[in-house]
Design a protein. Structure first.
Length: 132
């Protein structure tokens, strides 16, 4: 994926976003969204669910098991508060409606992500704050 200029740019934008997250909570939110997208992302393409996340694509077990996961609709706020366990196959994944949606949403999210954006994202999630 890193050889693909579109994904390489997305990883670079994500890296810069991680540097703008200055609190433990905003880093946690960033890591969850990164996890459920660039690591374990799936997308609907031509009536088929396809994996694009590096964690899915690099693991024979994960690539076989991902079709058994509960697939939720693409929702960055839900990703930001969804727990995950790195020691098990992922039981919950989030699917973008298209590659275009995924790339557009993630580029926009990572390009503007900081503590303030984290607070705005979680404004309706009870008990979550990124700063302050």
């Amino acid at each position: 994926m890193l050889a693909n200029p579109v994904f390489a740019d997305l990883y670079e934008v994500a890296g810069r976003a991680s540097l703008r997250a200055t609190t433990a909570v905003s880093l946690d939110v960033f890591s969850r969204i990164f996890w459920f997208t660039l690591e374990f992302g799936v997308v609907h393409e031509h009536s088929t669910m396809k994996a694009y996340g590096a964690g899915l694509l690099s693991s024979y077990g994960e690539i076989e098991a991902f079709r058994d996961a509960k697939i939720r609709r693409w929702d960055l706020r839900a990703m930001a508060t969804q727990d995950y366990d790195i020691t098990h196959y992922q039981p919950v994944l989030f699917a973008a409606a298209s590659s275009e949606q995924m790339l557009s949403d993630l580029h926009s999210f990572f390009s503007s992500y900081d503590d303030k954006a984290c607070n705005q994202l979680l404004a309706r999630a009870v008990g979550h704050r990124c700063a302050g």
